[in-house]
Design a protein around this ligand. Structure first.
Ligand SMILES: Nc1ncnc2c1ncn2[C@@H]1O[C@H](COP(=O)(O)OP(=O)(O)OP(=O)(O)O)[C@@H](O)[C@H]1O
Length: 203
């Protein structure tokens, strides 16, 4: 993935200017910067949720918007909010998101929920889960998706210390198997190889 001289502003105030980034297999990049510096905005631009930018984004050699369909098919985006429907169970939520992008059978969903520590909660409505458990439902999507690029906006929100270490190990494993991870966090990451850091503060 290549971001070439991306610039964006809000209300005529520049958020970032001529930001460039190249990511390939095995890369982990942490977007850093203080609150309000534009990290979420950058991820939203990348995912096609905002068109308020100048510059170019390309995926496997094809520039956006032409490469958009192929890009989205190979990307998993977990946004700032958990993105979990409260009235549905974890199983139903994951069936739903699977149907939207990459259909997955129930056995794989059960395995993913076990991996994120939610065995036994599969049929519980999500409104009856804690904030951290709801975030874990969202994180279970990491194990239901064949996407090579993970785009994670504050994935550690509401997650306990043991869970943070687990997510770090999943990031490691994804990178070791040739995946890519672009994430925002204010947490100091503990990975097997230090991530590259792209700071919006220095913009
Ligand atoms: N919906 C919105 N409408 C207007 N301005 C917004 C909106 N969302 C964000 N902004 C502004 O855009 C700027 C960048 O916000 P953004 O959410 O990208 O920052 P961030 O770096 O992700 O911050 P944080 O670390 O707090 O999550 C902020 O100054 C914010 O006030």
């Amino acid at each position: 993935m290549v971001l070439d001289r991306l610039s964006s502003e809000r209300d005529d105030v520049p958020l970032f200017t001529e930001l460039s980034l190249t990511m390939g297999a095995g890369d982990v990049v942490q977007l850093a910067g203080p609150n309000g510096s534009g990290k979420t905005t950058l991820l939203r631009i990348l995912m096609g949720l905002s068109s308020q930018y100048q510059g170019n984004i390309s995926w496997r050699g094809t520039a956006m918007p032409k490469g958009r369909v192929e890009f989205l098919a190979d990307t998993l985006y977990l946004g700032h909010n958990a993105g979990v429907k409260a009235a549905l169970t974890p199983l139903e939520n994951l069936r739903w998101t699977g149907a939207l992008c990459s259909p997955v059978d129930d056995n794989a969903i059960f395995a993913a929920l076990e991996k994120v520590g939610l065995a036994g909660y599969e049929h519980q409505p999500c409104y009856a889960l804690s904030a951290g458990q709801q975030r874990r439902v969202s994180l279970a999507r990491l194990f239901c998706s064949p996407a090579s690029l993970w785009v994670l906006d504050e994935p550690f929100t509401a997650i306990d210390l043991a869970g943070v270490a687990e997510i770090e190990s999943w990031i490691d494993q994804h990178a070791e198997s040739g995946g890519m991870v672009l994430l925002t966090t204010h947490h100091s990451l503990s990975l097997s190889r230090p991530p590259r850091v792209l700071s919006l503060e220095a913009q």
